[in-house]
Write a protein that binds this ligand. Structure first.
Ligand code: FMN
Length: 142
């Protein structure tokens, strides 16, 4: 089985970003990602994006390049680049979770965003395990 490359980044959403923009991002992402064999999760919360992209390293970097150029977000900061054995979101070309809406899994999200905000590297190491717990708690992804 070939290795899966995982990349997690954090970015700030443009101040004038609307839900129409998010819908458009998801529509294009799902089309492109399905073609490129990319799966993952996009979380929006409090004006920030956190996205997991998984697939072939070259394809993941190609998409990241487009996202860095996209003025619907800025200050893109890569938090994790790692190879793994399996996909976390195998059935999603891009799952979406609106973190501004409270759900049963919001505890994991708070934990996730806290671990991202801190410069404490030991906390950053928790990001993938928290994403796994988030996935396992099966929130209503769109
Ligand atoms: C927060 C955010 C996440 C994005 N995620 C993806 C993605 O997973 N896949 C993708 O193809 N484009 C994504 N985009 C859109 C890209 O920046 C870019 O607009 C798109 O890839 C261009 O596709 P096109 O060349 O088919 O028009 C994202 C944009 C933003 C702002």
């Amino acid at each position: 089985m070939s290795e899966i490359f995982h990349l997690v980044y954090f970015s700030k959403a443009a101040e004038d970003l609307s839900y129409t923009d998010i819908r458009e991002i998801l529509e294009v992402s799902r089309r492109n990602n399905a073609r490129l064999g990319i799966t993952g999760l996009l979380i929006f919360r409090d004006g920030f994006f956190l996205q997991l992209l998984e697939g072939e390293q070259a394809s993941v970097h190609k998409i990241l390049g487009a996202i860095r150029e996209d003025d619907r977000n800025y200050s893109v900061k890569v938090l994790i680049e790692a190879s793994g054995q399996e996909r976390l979101f195998a059935e999603w070309s891009m799952a979406f979770h609106d973190g501004d809406i409270t759900t049963a899994s919001s505890g994991h999200l708070v934990e996730l965003f806290e671990s991202v905000a801190t410069s404490d590297l030991s906390k950053r190491a928790l990001i993938m395990p928290i994403l796994k717990k988030f996935r396992a708690s099966a929130p209503e992804l769109k």
